[in-house]
Design a protein around this ligand. Structure first.
Ligand code: ZN
Length: 508
């Protein structure tokens, strides 16, 4: 006997064997039981979830010698012939290759004749959305006055493309994509029956790669069977699927969490792009890792926010990568950004910090010595606040004109004037690239010109979420007495900085 592929051999033969579509199966079985079979059905849903299999089972149920029965015997002549596709009263048509009016006309002619052997003539039209308009119109005429002995079963992956005139004459069943856990369970069962020894992770990966389509999963398993020697590992399956190794994914995830943006970049460029791996597949794996970590953390009652946020961001990135003309460049950029978000703060913490800022200072800093002064420092006068807001707004406007790539970084900063400085204070730790972008000469030059244009004699100071302070240097030092200035001392405490050069500013 000829070798039959797994998908074929494991195709469900009875309603009981159909997986993941209980709502469809139960309704159909009830209808057969009660003799209330419709004249036309539309099965819609993603590919490889059992639409044609169910159509054939329904054809058997109607034509089985024991039938009509929800439990076709699978042994009688009609049952066997339907399974082989040779039964004269069950006609399968693929609308993807026979789109035209001729076929539908032929079908209309044919419909009028009583079944030759069976009880019902069953027409299974696959990919029915592919029919031409004329063909649909011809089909509609048949559906309007169907002979009692005819059942139409139309299957489609795109129900939206079916004319409403047709839809209104069909019983419509929505087939669902299979949950990955269900696909995994079935693939494990098949693998075992095929004598295949597979790692749990290898099965996980196959199930995920099948994207809810059991048939895709079975076809992948077929490839594994063909190439496997000994126990099948996750990496073997990854290789087969053209996916990068587990370690690369894990290492990238770790580097993102730890904020090593350059390492992330290097891994992606060398291990993914450089070796010709599919970017989307890599991101899928990365999302899988984030999800696993998230669930793990939840399970242990640990803080899961960072994994959750990363998962969310990677999923969003996947969406964009699909449509982007340069997926590699986009991914590269976004992965670096993810790494720069590594110091992700839980939302409630963020809210708490923002509230603390609101009540304490005004523009700028929460000083460590705040509690020493009862009553706290006076809130800044509204005019001061407004001035700062105005400054920030103007700076952003100017940047969007002259330095557009700077604006997203500025959006992450509070901008205010303080003690002769225009301070840009980031709300969280900036990534290497963001910091470099802020500190480069062209940017500083832009800030200087901006300040000059505003008539401000201020220098520039960058504060990276309290961790690191950078300030524009003066050309020359003019003595150490400035260090005794209380404002300078306060600034040094606040910014955890030190004075490298000092210069007395002219009054006024
Ligand atoms: Zn039978």
């Amino acid at each position: 006997m000829r070798y039959q592929v797994i998908a074929r051999r494991w195709r469900p033969k009875t309603f009981g064997e159909v997986v993941g579509q209980p709502h469809v199966v139960e309704t159909l079985m009830n209808a057969i039981q009660k003799g209330r079979v419709a004249h036309a059905y539309l099965f819609s849903g993603p590919r490889g979830v059992g639409k044609t299999s169910v159509a054939r089972i329904l054809a058997k149920a109607l034509n089985c010698l024991d039938g009509p029965t929800p439990y076709p015997c699978c042994r009688c002549g009609p049952c066997l012939e339907i399974a082989q596709g040779t039964f004269i009263d069950v006609l399968e048509m693929d609308a993807a290759s026979n789109r035209g009016i001729e076929e539908v006309r032929g079908l209309r002619e044919n419909v009028r004749y009583a079944p030759a052997q069976g009880r019902y003539k069953v027409y299974i039209i696959d990919e029915v959305h592919m029919l031409t308009e004329a063909a649909f119109n011809a089909l509609l005429k048949t559906l309007e006055e169907p002979p009692a002995h005819v059942v139409f079963i139309m299957a489609t992956t795109e129900a939206k493309r079916i004319p409403t005139t047709i839809l209104s004459r069909c019983q419509h069943f929505h087939f669902r994509p299979l949950p990955s856990g269900e696909v995994k369970r079935l693939l494990a069962k098949i693998a075992e029956a095929e004598g295949l020894d597979m790692d749990e992770e290898a099965l996980d990966l196959l199930a995920r790669a099948s994207g809810g389509s059991l048939r895709d999963g079975e076809m992948l398993l077929e490839q594994v069977v063909t190439s496997a020697q000994g126990r099948v590992s996750r990496d073997q399956v990854a290789q087969l699927l053209g996916l990068v190794e587990w370690e690369v994914v894990e290492e990238t995830y770790k580097a993102i969490l730890e904020g090593h943006d350059l390492r992330v970049l290097k891994l992606f460029q060398e291990q993914v792009v450089g070796r010709g791996f599919d970017v989307y597949g890599f991101l899928e794996e990365l999302a899988g890792t984030a999800r696993a970590r998230f669930l793990e953390a939840l399970g242990k009652g640990e803080e899961a926010f960072r994994h959750q946020t990363l998962l969310d961001l990677v999923l969003r990135l996947m969406e964009r990568v699909r449509r982007h003309p340069l997926p590699e460049v986009l991914t590269e950029m976004e992965l670096v950004r993810l790494a720069s978000l590594s110091h992700l703060v839980p939302l409630d913490e963020l809210v708490r910090r923002l509230e603390a800022l609101e009540v304490s200072e005004g523009p700028g800093v929460s000083p460590p010595q705040k509690k020493e002064r009862p009553g706290g420092r006076p809130r800044p006068s509204p005019s001061r606040r407004e001035e700062d807001q105005d400054l920030a707004r103007r700076l952003r406007d100017a940047a969007s004109q002259e330095q557009p790539s700077l604006t997203p970084i500025l959006d992450k900063c509070k901008i205010y004037l303080e003690d002769g400085y225009m301070v840009l204070e980031s709300r969280y730790k900036l990534g290497t690239f963001e910091r470099a972008r802020l500190e480069d000469e062209a940017t500083l030059d832009f800030f200087r010109r901006f300040l000059k244009g505003m008539g401000e004699e201020a220098r520039v100071k960058l504060k990276d979420n309290g961790e690191r302070v950078w300030e524009e240097e003066e050309e020359e030092a003019e003595g150490d007495s400035i260090l005794e200035d209380p404002r300078v001392q306060r600034a040094m405490v606040l910014f955890r900085g030190r004075v490298r050069k000092a210069k007395t500013q002219k009054e006024g």
